[in-house]
Write a new protein. Structure first.
Lengths: 139, 463
C-alpha cells in the first residue's frame, strides 16, 4: 500500500495516523504528517540535506525521537523537509536523512509550531495491509 | 463515569473508581461545564493524576480542565517532597507558560483612534519567532545567565526595572536553576527565541477594563474603568519544550530502575530526591527562568511600541506575572500538619491569598483579573484555573468560518486582530473554548480566587 497519513482529533493536540506497506514506510508517512502540521508542504523543495539519528530503548522511543528531529531542525534552522529516507533501523537506533528547504514566510505558508512528539496513545503495529503508526504531537 | 456531587461547584471521583488511584480526585466545575468536560478523556486523565506515587491530599482538576496527554490540562497534584516523584509530563512541554499583565497610563478613548497603528507596531516589535529567527542576538554566556538569573539578566541589559521583579512570581527566578542541566539541543532551540511570542494559543492582547468588582484592589493596582492594559501569554518556547522532551526520555529509562509505574508513558517520573529527579528540577527551573525572561523582553518591546505611538511619557507598570505550567516546592497544610510538597501545576495558576490571578478568555472574549483567596490554601494547594479551556479539537475548530471571516467578525465588534498564520485565528476562535464566565464563576464561588476586574480586548496579536 502507498504510504499515507491522516490527522486525528484531540482536544488540545493533534494526532497523526500513518500507514505504509512496511514499518519504514509508515514512519516516512508519519514524518510527512508532522511536516503538514507545521506548514503547507507545497512549495518546498529538496534543497538541503540533514542527517537524522534517533536512539531509544524501544521502537516507540525511536519513532518519537525521529519525529522530534523534524521539530528540532525546524525550530533551530527553519528547515522543512519534503523527502525522508531511513538508512538503517537497528534494535537501538534509526538513522537516516531528510531533504528540504528553509521556511520563508513570504513564499511559504507556516501553520503552527509543534512542541514535541509524545508517547500519549502511541501505537505502532502490523496490520493486514502493512504497518500503522499513531502518534500525538503537542502543539 | 459516576461523580459524587459535593455541592454546586465540587465533584468527586472516589479513589475506588479504578485500581491504582492513591487518593480521590476533586473536580471544580458546575453542571454546565461538566457537560463539556465529559466529552473527552479529561475525567479519566484526572483520575490518572491520583495515581502519581507520593501524591498527598487530593488530585485536583480545575473548571477549565481539558484532555492533555497523561495529565489533563487544568490539573494540580502535590507530592510529598520526601517520598514523592516529579513528572515532567505533569508540568508539560511549555515549562512556565504563563501570563503577564501590564497596566498603562492610557484610556480606551486615547488608544482607540490609533489602535490600528498600535497593533501593527506590536506585531512588528514582538515577533512570533518562527524557524530560528528572533529579535535578540545573545551569546552562549548570556543564555546561561538568563537560565540562572531569569529577568534580572534583562534588567541588567536595560529591558525593564527592579519594580518588574517585585511583581513577578518568585521574582522571576527559581533558585537552584542549573544551565548545565539543560542540553545543548535545548539551548540551540531557545537561543534565537528569546523575546518571541510563539504560535498556537499564545498571544498579546490590548484590553480595557470593562467592569470592576473589587474597587479596593483595583485602585491598589491603579485600575479604573476604561483603563488600557496589556496581557502577554507565552512561555519558555523551544528551550522548555526540549527540556521536557529530554527528561521524559531520561525518566522513562529511570522509572524501570526505581520500579515505578504510571498509567501513561508520557507521565514518566522519578523520585524527587533521585539524581534524575533533581537534575530535571534544575533544568525545569532554568527553563522557567527563561520563560520569565522571555515575557520580560516581550514586555520591554511592547512598552517601546506603546511609547512610539503614544509618546515617551507612556507609563506601563507591571501588575503581575504568573506561571501556569510548573512544579514548585512549597509548604502546605496536609491533614493537620505542615508539609513540604512539590506542587505540579499543569494548566493551573498559583493563587496564594492576595496574589493576582489572571484568567484569559478565548480570543475576542473577556479575560479576568482575580485575587487568590484563603480557600485555595485549604483545598487546592494554593491554585486556581488558568484559562477558559478548549472544548473543540483544532481540526473541528477549523471547520466553519475562514480566518478572514473571523477577522472581519471581530473587527465588527471593535477588535483588531493581526495573526501570522490562518491557523492562529481559526483554531483559536472563541467557540473553541468553554465559557469564561462559567469558569470564573466556579473559582469565585468555590472561594479559590475572587473577581477584581473584567478585561475586554480591542487589539489581538497572534503568532
Amino acid at each position: 500500500m502507498a504510504p499515507e497519513f491522516e490527522l486525528l482529533e484531540h482536544t488540545s493536540d493533534i494526532g497523526v495516523l500513518a500507514r505504509g506497506g512496511t514499518r519504514k514506510e509508515a514512519l516516512l508517512a508519519a514524518s510527512q504528517g508532522v511536516v503538514s502540521i507545521l506548514v503547507d508542504p507545497a512549495g518546498f523543495g529538496p534543497v538541503e540535506e540533514r542527517y537524522f539519528k534517533a536512539t531509544g530503548r524501544d521502537e516507540a522511543a525511536q519513532i518519537v525521537n525521529w519525529l522530534n528531529e523534524i521539530i528540532f531542525f525546524f525550530d533551530t534552522e527553519g528547515m522543512v523537509f519534503v523527502e525522508f529516507a531511513v538508512d538503517s533501523w537497528t534494535k537501538n537506533e534509526i538513522s537516516g536523512h531528510a531533504r528540504g528547504e528553509r521556511l520563508d514566510v513570504d513564499r511559504h505558508e507556516f501553520r503552527t509550531a509543534v512542541k514535541a512528539a509524545t508517547y500519549h496513545q502511541f501505537e505502532s503495529h502490523e496490520t493486514p495491509n502493512g504497518w500503522e503508526i499513531r502518534v500525538f504531537v503537542d502543539v | 463515569m459516576h461523580l459524587e456531587k459535593i455541592d454546586d461547584y465540587r465533584w468527586l471521583i472516589p479513589r475506588t473508581y479504578k485500581a491504582g488511584m492513591r487518593t480521590d480526585t476533586m473536580i471544580f466545575a458546575n453542571e454546565q461545564l461538566l457537560e463539556a468536560i465529559r466529552r473527552d478523556q479529561s475525567l479519566e486523565q484526572a483520575a490518572n493524576v491520583a495515581m502519581l506515587p507520593g501524591i498527598v491530599g487530593r488530585a485536583l482538576a480545575m473548571p477549565d480542565i481539558h484532555q492533555g496527554y497523561g495529565f489533563p490540562i487544568g490539573g494540580v497534584a502535590a507530592v510529598d517532597e520526601e517520598h514523592g516523584v516529579v513528572s515532567p509530563g505533569g508540568v508539560g512541554f511549555d515549562i512556565n507558560c504563563g501570563v503577564r499583565l501590564l497596566s498603562s497610563s492610557l484610556t480606551r478613548k486615547e488608544v482607540q483612534p490609533k489602535l490600528r497603528d498600535l497593533v501593527h507596531q506590536l506585531f512588528r516589535d514582538v515577533p512570533s519567532g518562527t524557524g530560528g529567527s528572533g529579535p535578540l542576538r545573545i551569546s552562549d554566556g548570556d543564555l546561561n545567565q538568563v537560565l540562572e538569573k531569569g529577568p534580572r539578566w534583562a534588567i541588567e541589559h536595560e529591558m525593564g526595572s527592579e519594580a518588574d521583579l517585585d511583581h513577578t512570581e518568585e521574582r522571576g527566578c527559581i533558585a537552584g536553576a542549573d544551565p548545565y542541566a539543560v542540553s545543548a539541543r535545548a539551548k540551540l532551540r531557545g537561543k534565537p527565541q528569546l523575546g518571541t511570542l510563539g504560535s498556537g494559543n499564545h498571544f498579546l492582547e490590548v484590553q480595557y477594563v470593562d467592569e470592576i468588582f473589587d474597587d479596593q484592589t483595583a485602585s491598589q493596582y491603579r485600575l479604573a474603568k476604561d483603563r488600557i492594559v496589556l496581557l502577554i501569554h507565552t512561555g519558555s518556547r523551544g528551550l522548555g519544550h526540549q527540556v521536557c522532551t529530554d527528561y521524559v526520555a531520561q525518566l522513562d529509562e529511570a522509572m524501570r530502575r526505581y520500579d515505578l509505574h504510571v498509567p501513561d508513558r508520557q507521565l514518566a517520573c522519578a523520585p524527587i530526591h533521585s539524581p534524575e529527579g533533581q537534575r530535571y528540577l534544575k533544568a525545569m527551573a532554568a527553563a522557567a527562568n527563561f520563560a520569565w525572561t522571555n515575557r520580560q523582553c516581550i514586555a520591554h518591546a511592547a512598552r517601546g511600541a506603546f511609547k512610539r505611538i503614544f509618546g515617551e511619557d507612556t507609563h506601563m507598570p507591571l501588575i503581575y506575572d504568573v506561571a501556569h505550567n510548573i512544579a514548585k516546592l512549597e509548604t502546605h497544610i496536609v491533614g493537620d500538619r505542615k508539609k513540604r510538597v512539590l506542587v505540579h501545576r499543569k494548566g493551573a495558576t498559583r493563587a496564594f491569598p492576595g496574589q493576582p490571578v489572571f484568567i484569559p478568555g478565548s480570543m475576542g472574549t473577556a479575560s479576568y483579573f482575580l485575587l487568590g483567596q484563603e480557600g485555595s490554601m485549604r483545598e487546592t494547594f494554593g491554585s486556581a484555573c488558568h484559562g477558559a479551556g478548549r472544548v473543540l479539537s483544532r481540526s473541528a475548530a477549523k471547520k466553519g468560518a475562514t480566518a478572514k471571516e473571523i477577522q472581519k467578525e471581530l473587527e465588527s465588534r471593535g477588535i483588531m486582530v493581526q495573526s501570522l498564520t490562518r491557523e492562529g485565528l481559526t483554531e483559536e476562535k472563541p467557540e473553541a473554548y468553554k465559557d469564561i464566565e462559567a469558569v470564573v464563576d466556579v473559582v469565585h464561588n468555590a472561594g479559590l480566587a475572587a473577581r477584581v476586574a473584567r478585561l475586554r480586548p480591542i487589539g489581538v496579536i497572534k503568532g
